[in-house]
Design a protein around this ligand. Structure first.
Ligand code: ADP
Ligand code: MG
Length: 188
């Protein structure tokens, strides 16, 4: 994968597949500490401990016949190639938290990519799931909560054209403001 937003989308799709009703994503870019990190927390079905071990090291355990994908190992490789790492903690029946740490200025750190588009796609595709998205860059930060949006907008669909357009503008403007307000700049 070429952009971190694609890893984020993949990991959030795991949460959706695990029947989460709430998925919370926090992205923190800290140029001073020279780190970029993100955390995805869900209240889905969770995993037993042996599964956590297996998804982190899919090539190590040869005994099982269960097919395990590559989304998490690919994220792990992307983080480790920048001097970072990932952390996965899960409780069966309660949910899962996965976080990834990257060297911010590392030459191999993938650009963050299109977070506005990624969140817009998720929110409009999975309307019965609540998303909380926080993005911080240095001291600037904003939060989007679909639950709060629903309270403001009332009983409308996020995929209704006017609402989708508003949401798209909201995301784009807030993303741009994090980097100093230049709307034409992207792919950090
Ligand atoms: N948030 C999650 N909640 C419950 N199970 C998960 C979660 N994330 C991953 N898993 C389990 O770990 C497996 C491996 O995930 P991943 O590496 O992304 O590959 P894939 O999604 O292609 O199977 C998933 O198939 C799923 O069984
Ligand atoms: Mg996956």
């Amino acid at each position: 994968m070429k952009e971190l937003s694609l890893h984020i989308l993949d990991i959030m799709q795991n949460s959706i597949a695990a029947n989460a009703s709430l998925v919370q994503l926090t992205v923190v870019e800290d140029p001073e500490a020279d780190t970029l990190s993100f955390t995805i927390e869900d209240n889905g079905k969770g995993m037993p401990p042996e599964m956590v071990t297996q998804v982190m090291n899919p090539f190590v355990t040869g005994r099982t016949t269960r097919r395990v994908g590559l989304g998490i190992p690919l994220l792990k490789a992307a983080a480790e190639q920048t001097g970072g790492n990932i952390n996965l903690s899960s409780t069966l029946g309660e949910g899962t938290v996965i976080s990834a740490l990257f060297g911010y200025s590392h030459i191999d750190r993938q650009p963050l990519g299109d977070m506005a588009g990624t969140m817009l796609g998720l929110i409009t595709s999975y309307e019965d799931i609540d998303f909380v998205y926080r993005h911080r860059v240095g001291k600037e930060e904003y939060t989007l909560s679909t639950k709060e949006m629903r309270e403001i907008l009332g009983d409308v669909s996020f995929s209704q054209p006017e609402v989708m357009l508003w949401l798209s503008e909201f995301l784009k403007e807030n993303e741009a403001a994090l980097y100093g307000g230049n709307d034409t700049e992207s792919n950090h």
